[in-house]
Design a protein around this ligand. Structure first.
Ligand code: NAP
Length: 297
């Protein structure tokens, strides 16, 4: 397919590279142009503007947050104004339910199709084309996404014809991951201070009742205090917990654990954690118990 890809950060660059490898004709755009260099060297076309990346059958966006998506999609000369009628916008970013609803309405009014398709998986999974895609939108639009999702992910879950359903599910998943990070941090602080080796403890956990990937991945990062370089940056973790709280508020669903996690992320960021991985929230319990928790690399 002839497509555009906007947002070549930790996730987007790897996703665009896999689309290229799968034989799609990809035009790439990033606010900081240098991040497109490697993809252009690998055969992508460099789009000089957002509008130039919108000349194909579909444009995929993988941007940091609501502000970035509003700018790139709804701003002057942006996706909404540039995408031809009948073309498709696939939004992979983790954004608010409210913004996804706005995008769906705006694209429908412009005669364009819109699919929300946030993903689970860190940059390593994106590079290995092993993402899990959580998709929602009109069935006909989703059908056109299949070859693209197959190039980037290991499995796609289609949830609903309402795009924002995918966003609420993605936010709920990140709330669960953040809860695991906090719980692992507290458990490791406890056993660590009692003199038990944290990596051996993790081996016990993951070999018995806690064999899920989320415990393996985050358990290792916390046990080794390997919070830098960030795969998923701490400010994006705060964003997702805050977006889950906003979705809960709109639906009248109290989320007490999310409220606690929001404060944990604020503590981390207040103490210089801006550039760390979000798993560094798991280091706070270590620090609070007088153990290190402050290792940076
Ligand atoms: P990232 O490395 O920080 O990249 C963010 C991207 O957004 C960059 O291309 C950045 O452009 C662009 N951007 C930010 N603000 C912008 C603005 N105002 N206007 C235009 N472009 C802007 O983030 P990431 O880790 O790839 O995450 C991208 C999205 O995927 C986020 O919604 C995140 O929550 C979600 N996600 C991440 C992971 C993960 O493990 N990393 C996993 C699943 C989902 P510049 O290069 O110019 O800054």
């Amino acid at each position: 397919m002839k497509i555009g890809f906007i947002g070549l950060g930790r996730m987007g660059e790897a996703m665009a590279a896999n689309l290229l490898k799968a034989g799609h004709e990809v035009s790439v755009y990033n606010r900081s142009p240098a991040k497109a260099d490697a993809l252009v060297a690998a055969g992508a076309a460099r789009a000089a503007s957002i509008a130039e990346a919108c000349q194909g059958e579909a444009v995929l966006t993988m941007l940091a947050d609501d502000k970035a998506v509003e700018h790139v999609v709804l701003g002057d000369g942006a996706v909404l104004e540039s995408l031809p009628m009948g073309a498709l916008h696939i939004s992979h970013s983790t954004i608010s339910v409210a913004l996804s609803e706005r995008l769906a309405k705006a694209h429908a009014k412009a005669g364009q199709d819109y699919v929300a398709a946030p993903v689970f998986g860190r940059p390593e999974a994106a590079a290995a084309a092993k993402l899990f895609v959580v998709a929602a939108g009109a069935p006909e639009a989703l059908a056109r996404c299949v070859p693209l999702f197959e190039a980037m992910g290991q499995r796609t879950f289609v949830l609903s014809e309402q795009p924002e359903a995918a966003n609420v599910v993605k936010l709920s998943g990140n709330l669960l991951i953040a809860s695991v990070i906090e719980a692992l941090g507290e458990a490791m602080a406890l056993v660590g201070k009692a003199g038990i080796d944290k990596s051996e403890y993790l081996e016990l956990l993951t070999s018995t009742l806690f064999g899920a990937p989320v415990y393996r991945t985050y358990g290792a990062l916390i046990a080794e205090e390997r919070f830098s370089p960030a795969g998923f940056a701490a400010p994006l973790g705060l964003k997702d917990v805050s977006l889950a709280l906003a979705a809960g508020e709109a639906l009248r669903v109290p989320l007490p654990l999310a409220s606690l996690l929001r404060d944990r992320f604020l503590s981390l960021l207040a103490q210089g954690g801006e550039d760390l991985d979000w798993s560094a929230v798991g280091g706070l319990a270590l620090r609070d118990s007088g153990q290190s928790g402050g290792k940076r690399a």
